[in-house]
Design a protein around this ligand. Structure first.
Ligand SMILES: [Zn+2]
Length: 525
């Protein structure tokens, strides 16, 4: 039986450039609970006002099955447990489970901690025992365990033994520097599990916590499971400092689909892809299209040959059925792809195309023409869906533009403000709205929302998450062609749209209109 321990909110938030609010953290907790994670580590209850507020709020949460865990250090050197503020805060916080870090590498104890090996054992023992006595379920994170085991295996094991004697219920072997290789992790975990089995009293869980510095975090974690570890730690999307942690989603998918462990069950496994998107959006990080299992391109095939083979035999070029993890067999429509690609892409977008109809040939020709003019539908699924619907005589249209105007003003204080005025018609009524923003797209977005909000209040759920501009060098003459790609989400799904023009504002407007129209289409239909 494998237990999942998520550390997205503690180790994952260490990713450069990320800062989560208390509300962000609480929303992620709810999402991970829905996914079926057993432990959700929330942060250090003593470290800053935000984490203190989080643990206060977390105490009031009603979770289906997950337990919130707090993280901290074992006892500091030279003092007793009650003198250690961090330890007292852990004992007092709302979390039923506490994970404390103890050093397991003799060199680290002597050189980094600057104390004796005996004092380190006392710190582990008294820290764990104090928290157990306060009623917590206590896990020991054995820091640098693998380097420690290579340096002095007897001491590394003694640290674990000490924690067990003090009442720890899980020993988490941490591959802190992220450089170990799978065969090493297997061998050391195996020896450790065997050594623990030899101790008469030990009824203790062995966990694994890996970082991805050598690109082996998921592989290392899977090897640890093969060697007997039963608690798996990781972060959603592999977020974490430096190159990140083990990607918990890939771990889950591999454990469940490749190694035969029942981790979430088939139904909740389909939540992996939406969870990846949700956490990426909450982290304000562009989702990685090429992420294993859950990336938008994880099952994308560009070649017409692959696509037509896949249409006949789903396993032809995919390692799993993408729907098992809530993903889709995105078939990339490009200049290379043939008719089979378009048919299966359309089916995925909910549009039925007959395989050898003349209409399909005409659509394909039109798409190729637009690609030659600068459009790209590889990430702009939503624009493709709208184009197909229009060409098939089922256009989605919720408002009609009369005109827009954008003014950019540079002010004395150095700030540039942009103002957009939009005139449009909804259901025969005319609306005029003005929006301000930090750039033309932002200002147009604000004005458009104001103009149509009365008819479509659900527009509030849509959020533009990414905006990319590319000047295409294939253009002829003096005017360069600009392609704008916009990514939009509603908290549940994300979609891409594209606009192309010699004018960047017009290209942006076209991509924006598609983004909003598709959002309304998905919501209304
Ligand atoms: Zn870590």
């Amino acid at each position: 039986m494998i237990t999942l321990y998520d550390t997205t909110l503690r180790d994952g938030e260490q990713r450069e450039g990320v800062s989560l609010s208390v509300e962000d953290k609480l929303r992620i907790v709810a999402r991970l609970d829905m996914l079926g994670v057993t432990y959700i580590e929330g942060g250090f209850p003593a470290s800053n006002p935000k984490d203190i507020a989080f643990f206060e709020a977390a105490g009031d949460l009603t979770l289906k099955q997950a337990k919130v865990a707090a993280f901290g250090m074992t006892l500091r050197k030279g003092i007793t447990a009650v003198e250690d503020e961090g330890l007292v805060a852990l004992a007092d916080c709302s979390a039923p489970t506490v994970t404390v870090v103890g050093k397991a590498w003799d060199k680290q104890v002597e050189l980094a901690l600057e104390t004796t090996l005996e004092e380190n054992l006392r710190m582990v023992y008294e820290g764990v025992a104090y928290l157990v006595a306060s009623g917590k379920e206590v896990f020991l994170d054995a820091e640098h365990y693998f380097d420690g085991y290579k340096s002095n295996s007897a001491y590394a094991l003694e640290v674990l033994h000490t924690a067990v004697n003090a009442g720890a219920s899980a020993l988490v072997l941490c591959e802190t520097n992220g450089g170990a290789l799978p065969h090493e992790v297997y061998a050391i975990t195996r020896s450790t599990v065997e050594a623990l089995a030899d101790w008469s009293s030990a009824q203790v869980t062995v966990g694994i916590h890996c970082h991805n510095d050598g690109g082996c975090a998921v592989a290392n974690s899977l090897e640890a499971v093969r060697a007997g570890a039963t608690q798996v730690q990781g972060t959603v999307n592999g977020y974490g400092e430096r190159v990140g942690n083990a990607d918990l989603l890939a771990l889950i998918a591999n454990l469940e689909l490749k190694m035969g462990h029942e981790v979430l069950g088939a139904e909740r496994l389909q939540l992996l892809t939406p969870t990846a998107l949700f956490v990426a959006e909450t982290f304000n990080v562009t989702p990685d299209a090429h992420q294993p299992f859950v990336g938008q391109s994880a099952f994308a095939h560009k070649g017409g040959l692959h696509a037509s083979a896949l249409a006949r035999f789903a396993g032809a070029y995919n390692h799993i059925d993408p729907t098992a993890v809530g993903n889709f067999a995105h078939v990339v429509v490009s200049e290379l792809a043939g008719r089979a690609s378009l048919v299966s892409k359309a089916a995925q977008l909910g549009i039925d195309l007959p395989a050898d109809d003349a209409i399909t040939a005409k659509l394909l020709a039109d798409i190729k023409e637009r690609e030659a003019a600068g459009y790209s539908y590889e990430v702009a699924d939503a624009s493709l869906a709208l184009l197909l619907r229009t060409e098939l005589g089922q256009p989605a249209s919720y408002f009609k533009l009369e005109s827009f105007r954008v003014i950019a003003e540079k002010r004395e204080d150095g700030r540039v403000m942009t103002e957009a005025t939009i005139k449009l018609h909804v259901n025969g009524e005319r609306f005029v709205a003005t929006g301000e923003g930090n750039g033309p797209v932002n200002a147009l977005d604000v004005a458009l929302r104001l103009a149509i909000k009365r008819f479509y209040p659900q527009i509030d759920l849509l959020e533009l998450t990414d905006y990319k501009v590319r000047v295409l060098d294939e253009s002829v003459g003096t005017d360069a062609i600009t392609r704008v790609l916009i990514e939009t989400g509603n908290g549940e799904a994300a979609w891409g749209t594209v606009g192309v023009s010699e004018n960047v504002i017009e290209a942006s407007w076209d991509a924006l209109v598609d983004a909003v129209t598709y959002g309304l289409l998905v919501d209304i239909s």
